[in-house]
Ligand binder design. Sequence first.
Ligand code: GLP
Length: 241
Amino acid sequence: MKVIICKDYEEMSKKAAETIIAVVKKNPSAVLGLATGSTPIGTYSEMIRDHKENGTSYKGVKTVNLDEYVGLDINSDQSYVYFMRHNLFYGLDIDLANTHIENGKAEDKEAECRKYDELLKTLVQDVQVLGIGSNGHIAFNEPFTPFDSTTHVVDLTENTIKDNSRLFKSIDEVPRQAFTMGLKNIMDAKKILILANGKNKAKAVYGLVKGEVTTEVPASILQKHPDCTLICDEEAAALIK
Ligand code: GLP
């Protein structure tokens, strides 16, 4: 795994955006695998700034997102589809019809998972952006998720519900379940870019880079990916230096 340690969040975001923009410039019909959470917001802002200033076009780009809360859709400002539109897509010239995410409102959840897996077979990520949870989860693949998992519905751990509650009015509003790409779907990406900032990620980053490859730390599987880069700030890198 390649590791790039940046002085702060801003530098991390710029470096990450540069990598994604380079993929799009090389292949204007690239497939971008995207993530939600606070971590990539600065990266997405940089992509929007570059689009407006330098004209990088996303007209032919397709996107697949990692995960979505069960029960939420575009009408909920806590849904990941809302997040993606407001933090990235509305700032680019991307066709929303080319942006994909699991349908949080799907009645038949199992059928939705199989449908998303089929979609991922046709849209292989040229680059997959990831954040990391403080317990080492990626997307919503919580500890002990099998490495060969595909799209599935998860019961979120108390740890993740607590971490993510800061984005909701109260902890009771955080959905208890989510759809998520599995670890195999993530490992199938051609290139992976995992981002981490802040000291509460230092332990997870240690597990990601230097720990044993174990399902206890889902991100540790990325050590086996042939083209994975971690871009993080000094605080998140505290235990790997
Ligand atoms: C959620 C998302 C993950 C994200 C993680 C960390 O659980 N499903 O994709 O990486 O949170 O979020 P943040 O970037 O806000 O720390």
